[in-house]
Design a protein around this ligand. Structure first.
Ligand SMILES: Nc1nc2c(c(=O)[nH]1)N[C@H]1C(S)=C(S)[C@@H](COP(=O)(O)OP(=O)(O)OC[C@H]3O[C@@H](n4cnc5c(=O)[nH]c(N)nc54)[C@H](O)[C@@H]3O)O[C@H]1N2
Ligand SMILES: Nc1nc2c(c(=O)[nH]1)N[C@H]1C(S)=C(S)[C@@H](COP(=O)(O)OP(=O)(O)OC[C@H]3O[C@@H](n4cnc5c(=O)[nH]c(N)nc54)[C@H](O)[C@@H]3O)O[C@H]1N2
Ligand code: SF4
Ligand SMILES: [Mo]
Length: 908
């Protein structure tokens, strides 16, 4: 039961909004939040935050609807049984202590996350590296940004993002590589689109094997063959050299070696036709891109996972940085390489050294002087002398029993690591798994010996750093629910119980931040760019009032710095940088006759990773309700697949089921599947079960975008869906997807065995009442129950509906084939207190008497505008711009995340 104390969780006085930061992507938008009851809040973009100036995307603007406590983890548990904090903390501390005493410090590990706050991250890293004395702390940023980290270190001598978001607005050419910015960094993309309206010279190029919402809005889309980015940028370096566009003065003054990189580019990408052939694109398009780049001074190249998540990810990033260094286009207004970080605090994690091969404050674990420096600052008893294991290797070590105790915080490796079945097997075998989480019922939770309830967004307090080095405060506006605690608190109390009380006596995030800031300046004679010593003296009030600021913050830059490296000042000896020679390499595992397609995985607009938060609001589940596999129409013909059919995907590692989508946006030979669906939402949607655990040799980042797979129709005995006002318990079906709707639940189902009688099967579906709903009757008290039914045993069709006092309670549609009525109109009937006669007549037909009544799949999440409504309005009212659509239907006028899709509807 939710305690009465939760009835008002507001921490704000006088209803004033609290300024905080969005917990989703690395854009790091400022949010103004006002609590509205214990489980919701009014959310607005913060007009003063320099990342978003008031804008929010669909995910950010729905934050207020994701604060439900229904599935939260609210109490510490051991083996699923509620225990006291003292028991839980002591169990973790004692088990770690015992394991270390018996097997040494490398027999334990932490696996942490870019969704921790900087303060949480700092403490976890300090405990593992300085006190336990092992390098075995790695983070999910390994799966995300580590190729960029490795490449920036190779190029600049330090992991530094030189530019700022405003450079995107000052540029005349923006090159987006392996980034679906329109969906994954939406507010930044909106800033680019707005800049394009102001500056008619500004062009956007998108380099992505798939045509995404980003590609649709670009001036030029290069659908390169997967994995060929290095050849493309090597070719560009070569082209720039042939066309006298190299800034040799910059190279002479600020670079160490550079000749070898030119030579390697010349050999690997000798001519335009050769590059066009390697990349599988037209020579004309390639020449256009090269010409634009060569003849535009202000160029920003931004990239994300299509670049990083590759067995040549580090080389890909260096090939991009090379063209910027070689032309001196770095650190100046409107130009530079700009890595777009994924998670809200991917950058903060790098600053505190959360990766297994780093130390805190951008220092190197393999450098004895650096180790000594950190050890001295922490007054630490021991330091590791070698890097720890990187994520994929770390879970292998768990499987092999070399690591015997692991503590996982704010990430779900059972879902997000490649070869996920092997990871689950490793967790199953591990002697001790502790998990710090906000949610109960995750796939990972099932493996936990100890579950530690952590504060979630809105409750936690600290700092994050976004993609442009900007440190912002996340502030609490809701009191802690149940017994949940801040992550830093949990780690510190375990550290105390392990005997390190003096060094972990923290009582607030502020104290930790000061220590972190102080370390960044400790014996830093200007050699380390990451220096926020200017914030080391912040008092509590100053920390609470801290305005967003871009590091470095020190005596030279008391107000932070928008750009770095404009006049060199790199971090290698002599303040130089390096042009890194890179050679194109094929992806680790090429497709073959048995597994002929390349599986590409990534994100959709309205879901965040494993859906623990974005799955909580129907506003975000409507856009793409079900896991899908998108493939080219030619491939579909080849493999006998039709639009809307269920397909089985299979690799050498595992299998998954998804709904087929046919599209020319997908190049032949590739199939794209989103990464989001995990156990709580889909029985067979775990795409990482298929993904190969190949990694980049420098960064250890997994190749999540390239696995050979095969695809075939999945032919169960029956297909169906059930819409229900109340959530239903376990439904026995091979294929089951659970979708939260507005006032209803939708279950997409398919199974290989037909039950003996449908009516009994459907009536037997157990309603699953949550603790809170126990008292609320699902059925209006004096409502009379009414069953409508239609069955045709000959065709295998069965349809039924249950009404209580005229109110739709449940309906089910079953068929032998996957062809079933659209769900949108039926779902809309759950909003009504009584199904009108007209609709009741057509209920079992599954479609409205008039087509006008079906809005179709939701495109605009903010105003619930569906694709059918849009198509009708475009035709009938002759709409030709997104502004006109906005005026007619409001679609696209709030967060703007759907504008690329509105544009493509207009085009069609
Ligand atoms: N809506 C939403 N937004 C998010 C997230 C989310 O879960 N949902 N997560 C956040 C996080 S942590 C991250 S890391 C970012 C990721 O942001 P993005 O990197 O933009 O997103 P992805 O969809 O993973 O992949 C981007 C693109 O890489 C392309 N790609 C695949 N192979 C290649 C290749 O060989 N070369 C090139 N050039 N491109 C290729 C894919 O087709 C895909 O369109 O998004 C952040 N923002
Ligand atoms: N196939 C494939 N796999 C991928 C990717 C891909 O593109 N393709 N992308 C990779 C990338 S870039 C990333 S970043 C990862 C993301 O993968 P994960 O990190 O595994 O995904 P999340 O769902 O964000 O997991 C975060 C978990 O932490 C919990 N949580 C949230 N806030 C807090 C907090 O403050 N404290 C604690 N203790 N817990 C919290 C959430 O409830 C959630 O369960 O996935 C990677 N995996
Ligand atoms: S772009 Fe959207 S998800 Fe990313 S920080 Fe801004 S509001 Fe949040
Ligand atoms: Mo990420």
């Amino acid at each position: 039961m939710i305690s009465a104390a939760l009835s008002d969780r507001s921490l704000t006085a006088d209803d004033a909004p609290v300024a905080t930061t969005c917990p989703y992507c690395g854009v790091g938008c400022g949010v103004l939040a006002k609590p509205r009851g214990p489980e919701s809040a009014e959310i607005k973009g913060d007009p003063e935050h320099p990342a978003n100036f008031g804008r929010l995307c669909s995910k950010g603007s729905s934050l207020g609807e994701t604060l439900s406590l229904e599935t939260r983890l609210l109490h510490p548990e051991i083996r699923g049984r509620r225990v006291s904090w003292d028991d839980a903390l002591t169990t973790v501390a004692d088990t770690f202590r015992r394991t270390i005493d018996t097997h040494g410090p490398d027999a334990v590990a932490f696996y942490v996350s870019g969704q921790l706050l900087t303060e949480d991250y700092y403490v976890a890293n300090k405990l593992m590296k300085g006190y336990i004395g092992s390098g075995n702390i790695d983070t999910n940023s390994r799966l995300c940004m580590s190729s960029t980290v490795a490449a920036q270190k190779r190029a600049f001598g330090e992991d530094v993002v030189p530019g700022s978001y405003e450079d995107l607005e000052l540029a005349d050419l923006i090159v987006l590589v392996g980034s679906n910015t329109a969906w994954c960094h939406p507010v930044l993309f909106q800033r680019m689109v707005a800049a394009k309206k102001r500056n008619s010279r500004l062009k956007i190029v998108n380099i992505d094997p798939r045509r995404t919402a980003t590609g649709q809005s670009a001036d030029l889309h290069l659908p390169i063959r997967p994995g060929t980015d290095v050849a493309l940028f090597n070719g560009l370096l070569n082209f720039l050299r042939h066309n006298d566009k190299i800034d040799f003065t910059f190279l002479e003054n600020h670079l160490g070696h550079y000749a070898a990189a030119f030579e390697s580019a010349r050999k690997a990408a000798p001519s335009l036709p050769a590059v066009a052939q390697i990349c599988g694109i037209s020579e004309d398009d390639l020449a256009t891109f090269y010409q634009w780049f060569a003849h535009t001074e202000k160029v920003v190249t931004a990239w994300s996972q299509g670049v990083n998540q590759s067995s040549s990810g580090t080389d890909k990033v260096n090939s991009i940085i090379n063209v910027h260094l070689a032309t001196g286009r770095i650190g100046k207004p409107g130009m530079g390489p700009l890595s777009l970080t994924g998670q809200p605090n991917a950058m903060g994690g790098r600053e505190v050294g959360g990766l297994a091969n780093q130390l805190a404050a951008h220092l190197d674990i393999e450098n004895p002087e650096h180790r000594a420096l950190v050890q001295a600052f922490w007054n630490a008893p021991r330091m590791p002398t070698k890097p720890g294991l990187k994520a994929v290797d770390l879970f292998r070590a768990i499987a092999e029993g070399r690591i015997k105790a692991v503590w996982i915080m704010a990430t779900n490796p059972a879902v997000s690591l490649p070869d996920a079945n092997a990871v689950r097997d490793a967790l199953h075998r591990c002697e001790f798994v502790a998990v710090s989480e906000c949610e109960s019922g995750t796939d990972l939770g099932a493996f936990a010996h100890v579950n530690l309830p952590a504060l979630a967004w809105g409750e936690k307090d600290g700092t994050v750093t976004n993609s442009e080095r900007r440190i912002s405060r996340q502030r609490a506006f809701l009191a802690a629910p149940g017994e949940a605690k801040p992550d830093w608190w949990i780690v510190s109390r375990v550290a105390e119980r392990m005997g390190y009380g003096e060094s972990f006596s923290y009582r607030s995030a502020w104290e930790i931040f000061r220590e972190h800031a102080c370390l960044s300046g400790f014996r830093n004679g200007g050699g380390r760019a990451f220096d926020i010593s200017g914030l080391a003296e912040l008092d509590r009030a100053g920390y609470d009032a801290l305005k967003p600021i871009q590091w470095p913050v020190n005596v030279d830059y008391p107000n932070g710095a928008a750009r770095m490296f404009c006049n060199g000042g790199f971090s290698f000896a002599g303040r130089r940088a390096e042009l890194v020679p890179v050679v194109p390499k094929a992806p680790a595992n090429p497709p073959d006759a048995a597994y002929p397609l390349v599986l590409n995985t990534g994100r959709i607009r309205d879901q965040w990773h494993t859906m623990t938060r974005t799955g909580k609001t129907s506003r975000l589940t409507n856009h793409v309700p079900e896991p899908f596999a998108e493939l080219n129409t030619n491939d579909a013909v080849r493999f006998g697949i039709q639009e809307g059919m269920l397909v089985r995907l299979e690799s050498r590692f595992g299998q998954a089921l998804a709904r087929a989508r046919l599209s020319e946006d997908q190049q032949p030979g590739s199939v794209f599947v989103p990464m989001h669906w995990s156990g709580p939402y889909a029985s067979r949607g775990l795409i990482n079960a298929l993904v190969n655990p190949a990694t980049d040799p420098f960064s250890g980042e997994p190749e999540s975008k390239h696995t050979p797979v095969r695809i075939a129709p999945y032919r169960p005995a029956w297909h169906g869906f059930v819409l229900s006002r109340e959530p239903l318990g376990a439904i026995e079906a091979e294929y089951r997807v659970t979708i939260r709707g507005d006032g209803h639940w939708l279950y997409e189902l398919a199974h290989s065995e037909t039950p003996p009688a449908w009516p009994a099967w459907i009536r037997g579906m157990p309603a699953q009442f949550s603790a809170r709903r126990e008292s609320a009757p699902a059925v209006p008290e004096n409502g009379n129950e009414e069953w409508l039914e239609f069955a045709d045993p000959h065709t295998g069709r069965y349809r039924c509906a249950l009404l209580h006092g005229g109110r739709l309670q449940l309906c089910a549609f079953i068929n032998r084939s996957f062809e079933l009525p659209p769900r949108s109109w039926l779902a809309g009937l759950f909003a009504l207190d009584e199904v009108p006669d007209r609709a009741r007549m057509s209920l079992l037909a599954g479609k409205p008497a008039s087509a006008e009544d079906d809005r179709g799949r939701i495109v605009c999440s903010c105003f619930g505008v569906g694709v059918n409504t849009l198509k009708r309005a475009i035709q009938k009212q002759n709409l030709s711009t997104t502004e006109q659509i906005g005026a007619a239907l409001k679609a696209g006028t709030n967060c703007g995340s759907c504008i690329p899709e509105l544009k493509s509807l207009l085009q069609r």
